[in-house]
Ligand binder design. Structure first.
Ligand code: HEM
Length: 147
């Protein structure tokens, strides 16, 4: 319950500016693992990461990711209702060539975004609360990978 409060309170401010925060997160992700950029078809239309990061398709995906996080935060009390949706979402990511191992670096990028936006409000307890929620989302998505 304390975890939920930490997540809800922090998301209340971050969620008002989803796209800019999502851009911080994905800029970090492609910095940590530039190869992930090549999984997006639009990456063939731009040379280097900074160019790709301003393409409309990139912003669309960022928006989609932030909406999934928003849905998870709204469903903290009944995350299991998102199970089928997340499993399907995982299946779509398998189809575009994402590996489940990449979710670890996505998680790192999420924490990076939280830390840089929340500053001193980014505490060990808050970090752990987000990690717990993220790991539930990721394990549901991972169930979408065909065995
Ligand atoms: C769709 C890549 C992580 C949410 C896609 C697509 C690609 C992609 C290539 C299809 C094209 C598009 O719709 O833009 C990746 C990569 C990721 C990643 C490389 C990191 C390794 C995530 C995460 C979430 C997410 C963490 C949310 C928690 C979505 C959604 C769609 C999507 C909602 C649309 C699915 C649909 O069409 O129904 N992703 N993605 N993605 N992604 Fe990701």
């Amino acid at each position: 319950e304390k975890d939920k409060g930490l997540i809800r309170d922090s998301w209340e401010s971050l969620g008002k500016n989803k796209v800019p925060h999502g851009i911080v997160m994905f800029t970090r992700l492609f910095e940590l693992d530039p190869a992930l950029l090549t999984l997006f078809s639009y990456s063939t239309n731009c040379g280097v990461a900074p160019e790709c990061l301003s393409s409309p398709e990139f912003l669309e995906h960022v928006t989609k990711v932030m909406l999934v996080i928003d849905a998870a935060v709204s469903h903290l009390d009944d995350l299991h209702t998102l199970e089928d949706f997340l499993m399907n979402l995982g299946r779509k990511h398998q189809a575009v060539g994402v590996k489940t191992q990449s979710f670890a670096v996505v998680g790192e990028s999420l924490l990076y975004m939280l830390q840089s936006s929340l500053g001193p409000a980014y505490t060990t307890a808050l970090r752990q609360a987000w990690l717990n929620m993220y790991s539930i989302v990721v394990s549901a998505m991972t169930r979408g990978w065909a065995k």
